[in-house]
Structures are given as C-alpha cells and as structure tokens.
Design a protein around this ligand. Structure first.
Ligand code: RIB
Ligand code: CA
Length: 328
C-alpha cells in the first residue's frame, strides 16, 4: 500500500531529486508539494517544482506557494551550490502549469485536518511554512502521522556555518519552534548521516547511460552540483540530503534512530545549531524527543533511488548488476 506523503521543499537540486524519487516511487502517493524560499527565491522555487514534477511523468501533483522570507531573517539564497536558477543553470523546460491559489500553510492545515492521520509530511527546506502552519492551526498539524525533516548537524560541522546546517541556519526561529512543538513524532535526517552517502561519478554515468529525457536533465543539474561539492568540500560526488529524507519516510526500516530531546539555537554564532540532549534521562522521564537518524542501509537506498529515476520498470536488482564493478 503506497504511503501518502506531502513534501515541503525549496528546489534546489537535491530537492528536485527528492521530488522525482518520491513521485516515481511505487512506495509513495505524493498528494501535494508546498514550496518555501531557501536555496533560491520563492517564485523561482515554485517554477522549479512545477518543471521538475512535469518531467516526473505520472499524475499531476498540485504545488502550493508558501513563505518568501524566513520568519525573522533575510533570505540568503545559495546560488554557489544550486546555481542562479536553483537547478544548476542548465535550462530545465518551463512548465505550462501554475501553482494553486491556496497558500502553503493553509493547504498543510486543510490536508492535515482531512488526511493527516494517514500522511507523512516530509520537510526539505527551511521550516518557515511548517512553523506558520503550526501557529495557525496546531491541532490540524498534530494529525500528521509523522514529520520527517532534513536538517541539523550534531557531531559533524555545518554547511552554512561551522555549527549549522543550511535549512536550520536559514530560519532558526522556525526550526526551534517546530522541534520544540512536540505535536507529533519527528524523524530528523541530519548532515551526520547525509555525509555517509554520495552520488558518485559512477552513479552519474549509469544515469547518463540510462539515456532518458529525465536522466539527461538530472545529469545536467548534478554536473553543476558535483562541481560545487568539489569546490566547497573537495568531495568527488554529490550529497543527497533531501532524497535521503524521502527514503527515511518511505522506507523507515533502512534506518537506525536514537531518540533525544532536541532544540535549535537562534542567537549569534550558534545561529541554527542543533542541540541534542544525549545526557537526558530515559525518554520516559523527559518530554517526547525526536528520532535522530544514525545509520542507513546505503546500498538499499542508492539502488532504489537510481531505479526510481531510471526508465520505467527498472528495478534495484538491475541497478545492482550495472554497478557490480564499481566501488561504492
Ligand atoms: O543542508 C542541506 C539542505 O539545505 C538541503 O535541503 C538542501 O536542499 C538545502 O536546502
Ligand atoms: Ca532543500
């Protein structure tokens, strides 16, 4: 039975890969996409979500525009990592579709009221839309089965500051509000686990050899993304932060988690820093904590991810056979 999901995102190259993964996975029913400013401006992010979903094929997924600025800060897009247009400046075809008239926070409230009990909300950008939806109708948001959030860095350095991951750094007030809310269970996919999985040049070559219209655009965007990873991190590959969060929602059995009380710092040099209280007493004695992802079955994830992006009917087994000669 496919899992019903909603994705909130700021496309962004890895958001685009995550949208394609979710839209093409037989494990999911993507009922809607809400968009927030983050990697790029809101109008560009909305346009990118529509372009990417057009190429996903399958049924039309409605897109809802949300916050154009963080709750209390100025937006600072990351063109260096995602390009001026947010998709690696390679010219994805424009969509003829428009976003819905309903705003993102209102859609999240209405969908939560009606279908939250059977829906996982996956959050791939700054948590501005989510914080606004909780503020406007906390009861409807507590109806979601679970929130799966891409954000935070704990035992590793940040990517937006020495201590902060980009989504939490962009809107720390929203991240703090959501993590301290405790209205439903939260699973957190942070940089600690993200940095254990790479889309390698071999993986990109397999996508190129798959030779579909979609894999052509994926290869174009990930060329820009790989160059950015090399320039910033001297890493020969691309981290897949947002697709990993989709997998944490669709295939929870691939992940090991530990539960801790959590919050996010908002002031000064600690802006956006994730705080996990590993020294709290047993969960029974402290407010319900968040599930922090500590391990993932990397091979299962990568094979499933590449199979979903490939030609229709490709399986993980076929991907595994193609990669048999490649080191992980
Ligand atoms: O730190 C990684 C996160 O920031 C990802 O969601 C990426 O898309 C950027 O938004
Ligand atoms: Ca993102």
């Amino acid at each position: 039975m496919p899992r019903r999901i909603i994705i909130d995102c700021d496309p962004g190259i890895d958001d685009a890969l995550a949208l394609l993964y979710a839209a093409r996975s037989p494990e999911s029913q993507l009922d809607g996409v809400t968009v927030v400013a983050g990697n790029t401006t809101l109008p560009q992010a909305v346009s990118n979500a529509l372009r990417v979903l057009d190429l996903a094929e399958g049924r039309h997924v409605p897109v809802y525009a949300g916050a154009s600025e963080p709750l209390e800060r100025r937006l600072q897009p990351s063109a260096r990592i995602h390009g001026e247009d947010g998709l690696g400046d390679c010219g994805w075809p424009e969509s003829s579709r428009e976003s819905q008239t309903e705003r993102a926070a209102q859609f999240l409230n209405h969908h939560g009221q009606k279908f939250g009990h059977e829906t996982t909300l996956i959050c791939l950008g700054p948590l501005t839309n989510i914080a606004q939806a909780i503020r406007s109708d906390p009861e409807s948001m507590s109806r979601y089965q679970r929130l799966v959030i891409m954000g935070g860095a704990y035992r590793v350095g940040g990517n937006a500051s020495p201590v902060a991951e980009h989504n939490f750094w962009t809107d720390p007030e929203a991240a703090q509000a959501v993590l301290e809310w405790r209205g439903t269970s939260i699973r957190l996919v942070g940089l600690d686990i993200v940095r254990t999985v790479l889309l390698t040049p071999n993986h990109r070559e397999l996508l190129r050899q798959m030779n579909t219209k979609l894999t052509h655009w994926i290869c174009s965007s990930t060329r820009y993304f790989l160059n950015a990873h090399w320039q910033v991190d001297r890493v020969l590959g691309c981290y897949l932060a947002d697709p990993l969060a989709v997998a944490a929602a669709l295939r929870p059995e691939w992940f090991d988690v530990q539960t801790y009380p959590a919050s996010v710092a908002v002031d000064g040099l600690n802006r956006g820093q994730l705080l996990l209280d590993e020294y709290a007493q047993s969960p029974r004695q402290v407010p319900a904590g968040i599930e922090w992802c500590v391990e993932v079955n990397r091979r299962e994830f990568m094979e499933d991810f590449l199979a979903c992006l490939g030609p229709a009917q490709w399986t993980s087994k076929q991907v595994r056979r193609c990669l048999i000669g490649c080191s992980e």
